[in-house]
Design a protein around this ligand. Structure first.
Ligand SMILES: [Zn+2]
Ligand SMILES: [Zn+2]
Length: 201
């Protein structure tokens, strides 16, 4: 795929021409489709890659214990970055970064997996019907998430209810199933955009 610049399907078709009885494991084909969506480079910051890896967590660790620590995003309250962050509306505690949002409406990359999704829901890009942000798990959630299949997500500072999680998936208000799901209600958090002072000079 990389050398000859082929899509996963083109590579498979080519292989079938050479060896007609060839059968590819469906899961491997999914991985190749993901590889294609990442332009044949492993990009660990890619939303699609993060979603893929989170899905694997429940397969590899069905008891949801000893989950690799790097599945959790660094706590944005403990480090600074130029990225937009989201804070608890009630106590202003910083909760997650913009790059932690795993949107299920992210355009063409996600559309590669659309054959697997139930029909219905808005076209890619339209998030107006989504009342929650679906995000990757963040370090402060660890205690609530490990060894537990589903539950509420509470603010680590003021304990107000922010959303919910389910390792086996939840349905978004737009109709899409997201697996696993860590969702924060949009009306419980505020987006804070940082102004890059250096860029204004
Ligand atoms: Zn949605
Ligand atoms: Zn709070």
């Amino acid at each position: 795929m990389k050398t000859h610049k082929l899509s996963a399907q083109e590579a498979y078709t080519k292989l079938q021409h050479i060896k007609p009885d060839v059968k590819m494991n469906e899961e491997f084909l999914d991985q190749l489709t993901l590889y294609e969506a990442m332009n044949c480079e492993l990009d660990t910051s890619s939303v699609l890659y993060k979603q893929f890896r989170l899905k694997k967590v429940t397969e590899k660790y069905p008891e949801l214990k000893n989950v690799p620590r790097d599945v959790f995003a660094a706590d944005p309250a403990q480090s600074h970055s130029a990225e937009a962050v989201y804070r608890c509306r009630k106590c202003r505690r910083t909760l997650f970064r913009y790059s932690s949002i795993l949107s299920h409406c992210v355009g063409s990359g996600a559309a590669a997996f659309s054959h697997k999704r139930p029909s219905g829901g808005p076209p890619a890009g339209d998030q107006s019907q989504c009342t929650s942000y679906f995000i990757e798990p963040v370090q402060w959630m660890e205690e609530a998430l490990l060894g537990v299949m589903d539950g509420q997500l509470l603010c680590p500072k003021c304990s107000s209810k922010l959303g919910s999680f389910n390792w086996y998936g939840e349905q978004c208000s737009c109709g899409r199933w997201v697996t696993p799901a860590f969702q924060m209600h949009k009306n419980r958090v505020d987006e804070i955009k940082h102004i890059n002072i250096a860029a204004l000079k």
